[in-house]
Every structure is written in C-alpha cells, then in structure tokens.
Write a protein that binds this ligand. Structure first.
Ligand code: TRP
Length: 467
C-alpha cells in the first residue's frame, strides 16, 4: 500500500506518484528543462543587443551567485516535499502561508507557456519550411516580410502553437519515467550532437573570427543597470528557476541523489549550451556581414538568409530549427508538468484528465499572445503598460514572466532562511549518501540566504524604478 507524504493515509492506485528511474534520467530532464529557447533564441540576441562579451561575463556572475543557488533551493524544497510545488511548501512549513508561492508558480507557468508555445510554434513552422521548401531563396529583401507574414497571420501560427502544445501534452501524458525521462534521455544526447555539428560548420566559415571575438572580447563601456537586469532575468529564465518547475522535478527524485552536484551539473551544461549556441550563430552572422543586434528576429530573419548563402545551408537550416524545437519541447514539458502535478497532487484529478485539461487551458491562455506577437497581428493594436513602457501582448507576457520569476525565486530563498531549519536543509541537499557538512554546501547556504535574495531585491527595486 502506498502512503502520501509520510502521513498514514493510504492512497489509491492512480495516485501512486511516479519517479525518475535513475539519477541520469533526472539530470537529463533538468538539463532538458533548462536548455531551451532561453539559450538558443534569447541568449544570443540579448547578448547581441548588449554588446557581446561584457554581457557574457555579467551573465556568468548572475548564474553562479544567484540563479544556481536558487536552483538548489528549489531542488531541496521539491525533494523534501515529494509533492507538488504548492504542497511542498506546506509539508515543510505546515499551517503557514508559504504555499502561496507555489500557487504563484502555477500562474507564472501560464504566463510563460502563453508566449513560449507561440514562439515554439514559429520554430516548428520554420523547421517544416526548411524541410519542404528550404531557405534557398531567402534574401535581405524578403526574409523579414516572410517572417512577419507568418506571425501576423491567424490560422497558421495558431495551428503550429497548438501542435507544439499537443506534443508537449503527449509526453506529459505518459508520466515521469515513460514520458519525461524517456524523451530527455533520447533528445538531450541528440541535441548535443546536432549542436556540435552546427558549431563546426559555423567556425569553419571564412570570416568567422570576428564573431568569436565579439563573444569573447569584453567592452565594459556597454554595461549598465539594464544590462544587469536583463542578465539576471535571463539567468533565471534559462535555469528554469523561480516558478517551481525544478521543485516539481525534484519531487520525483529519490533520496540518495546529491542535489548539490546535480545543480552544478545542470547549471554548467545550461551555460555551456548558451555560449555554444552563440558560437553556432555569431561566427556565421559576422562571416556574412549581418547585424548581431537584430533582436528577437535574429534566428527567424537573419539566419535563413545565412543558410541560403552558406555551403551545406540546405542541411544546416532545417537541422538548426530541429535543434531549437527539441530544446523548446523539453522545456515546455517542464513548464506544463508543474500545472499537471498540482492538479493531480492537490486537486486529486487523474493524471490523464489533468494533462488534457491543462493543455486546453494553456492553449486558450496563449491565443492572445500568439495574435498579439507583432504590431501587424490581429491583436497587434493592443498595448499593455509595464514599468512605464508599452508592450504588445507577447512581449508583455515575456516582461511579466521576468518579474514573476524573480519574485518566486526571492520568496523561495526567504522560505529557506525563515521557515526551514538549516540542518535539515543541508541534509536534504546532500542526500542520504552525501556529506551534509561539506564546505561547498555551507558556501551555497550563505549565498542562498544572503547574496541571492539581496541581489534579487536590488534588481527588482531598480527595475521598478525605485532607485
Ligand atoms: N529554461 C527554459 C529556456 O531556457 C525555459 C523554461 C523551462 C523555464 N522551464 C522553466 C523558465 C521554468 C522559467 C521557469 O528556454
């Protein structure tokens, strides 16, 4: 008979919680969550807009001192709780209101998926285009028009967004071990292999050196407060922290896994992929004299023109979009799973019904973002104010998610500081076979309860214009 979190309350068959079968499966699923559009789409263009190498250094600092400590905080909460992100807070601090942070995460998941699934749909569309028609006739004159005619449309982007959500739901439907773990074990090695091939192609192009220099020779003249805010927001987004995705994944992990080591592996691989994605893109951008600061459209408008001119471009192009789609898919499952886990663990809905319900709900919530992605779209005229600026719906969701993630991460750090006893925290992180007294863990703890929350507060206040 199975029992729900340590209480002597027997639970019926379909409420037996799933589990990752191996540590490797968990690591790959967490890496799959972390590596996504944030690394391959957002990181390169944000870096391009913020002057390259100097931004990279700021980003690395944000990952090491803030986002990675928060990642470990989430791992610890989830594994201790062994239940949804909402209830995990309750298990550790019964009778207190901390679980509201878990609920905030469920809302954040909706906000993120609304725009993430729209962009993933564009990627899927470009993959299909690349395979069927190729990018051979993409030029400076028509590349932008073609991209805009996709995202300003109604049925095509909505259908592709739906397909992206449907595939995500299908994987979730099969559960932790047979769905998430299996797909991650298959797709992550594939993703690394494809990425390697793409870099080799990019850096062997004539004139690629300027792109490499752009990434690795810093000019600190470009660094300002906005740079730091975008670096920290991106670090949270890229490591999937601040909304309970990693709490949820860790709730399916057995007690003998050393969470500290896992967090370092996940953060390290995620950062490596972000840098390496830059290496697959900027050498080509410079070799063909394109604009590195092209913004969100970099991969959709700039790259197809490069594929059109580059030797082997007919193969490289679709392969590139396949890579991005795989990365996006393994991230989307980690944003959907917390919603499903919440429905199953807290509201006692069966997994299959919960999956169907959340796919439909998330898809409906994503329609405005899809139709308001660009000024020329059906809902493109709608502008929403955010921190003194106006945004279209999709951009508004993206800006909102930055703030929501920082807020969620902040509360989780404070939770560890205030509501959870230090000795228990360290024991949970080390796991049954690790050393809870290691100096590294103590350093982490200090970061997690001091520098990380202080850094987040400073960035939040300054982005709200308060100082
Ligand atoms: N990390 C993913 C990316 O880089 C996106 C993502 C997945 C995410 N799960 C998340 C972001 C949870 C925030 C919270 O694309």
């Amino acid at each position: 008979m199975a029992y729900k979190h340590d209480q002597l309350e027997p639970i019926d068959e379909h409420h037996v919680r799933g589990k990752f079968a191996s540590r490797l499966g968990f690591v790959l699923a967490a890496v799959g969550s972390a590596v996504g559009l944030g690394n391959i789409w957002r990181f390169p263009y944000v870096m391009g807009e913020n002057g390259g190498a100097a931004f990279v250094l700021v980003y690395l600092a944000c990952v090491a001192f803030v986002a990675m400590p928060v990642l470990l905080v989430e791992f610890a909460i989830g594994r201790r709780g062994q239940t949804s992100a909402v209830s995990s807070f309750r298990v550790i601090a019964p009778g207190r209101k901390w679980w509201l942070n878990g609920l905030l995460g469920v809302i954040t998941a909706f906000v993120i998926l609304s725009f993430y699934s729209a962009v993933a749909g564009w990627v899927l569309n470009y993959f299909v285009k690349g395979v069927t028609a190729g990018f051979g006739d993409y030029t400076a004159d028509n590349s932008a028009t073609r991209f805009l005619s996709l995202i300003d449309g109604v049925s095509t982007p909505l259908i592709y967004q739906f397909l992206a959500m449907l595939i995500t739901g299908l994987i979730i439907f099969f559960g932790i071990e047979n769905g998430i773990e299996r797909i991650s074990k298959l797709f992550m090695p594939l993703l690394f292999a494809i990425l390697l091939l793409l870099i080799i192609r990019a850096v062997t192009l004539e004139g690629a050196g300027a792109g490499v220099a752009f990434m690795f020779q810093p000019d600190f003249g470009d660094v300002n407060l906005r740079t730091v805010l975008s670096a920290l927001g991106l670090a949270f987004f890229s490591l999937s922290v601040g909304m309970g995705a990693m709490i949820t994944y860790a709730s399916y992990v057995s007690k003998d896994v050393h969470l500290g080591k896992t967090a370092v592996t996940v953060a390290g691989l995620d950062t490596l992929v972000a840098l390496v994605a830059g290496l697959a893109i900027f050498p080509a951008v410079f070799a063909f004299n394109m604009e590195p600061g092209a913004g969100p459209a970099l991969i959709f408008i700039t790259l197809p023109q490069i594929f059109a001119q580059m030797p082997l471009g007919a193969i490289v192009g679709p392969t590139f979009f396949l890579l991005i789609f795989i990365a996006a898919l393994t991230s989307m499952i980690s944003i959907l799973e917390p919603i499903v886990t919440y429905l199953v663990d807290d509201l006692n809905i069966r997994r299959h019904a919960a999956t169907a319900l959340s796919v439909v709900a998330v898809y409906l919530a994503g329609i405005p973002a899809c139709l308001g992605a660009d000024a020329g779209g059906k809902l493109g005229h709608i502008k929403l104010p955010f921190l003194g600026k106006e945004f279209g719906i999709l951009d508004y969701m993206a800006e909102m998610s930055n703030i929501l993630l920082l807020l969620g991460g902040l509360v989780s750090c404070l939770f560890v500081l205030i509501a959870w006893n230090k000795r228990d925290v360290l024991a949970e992180v080390a796991g049954t076979r690790g050393n809870a007294h290691s100096p590294m863990l103590r350093v982490w703890y200090v970061l997690a309860v001091t520098l990380a929350p202080l850094g987040i507060v400073a960035i939040l206040l300054s982005s709200l214009g308060l100082f």
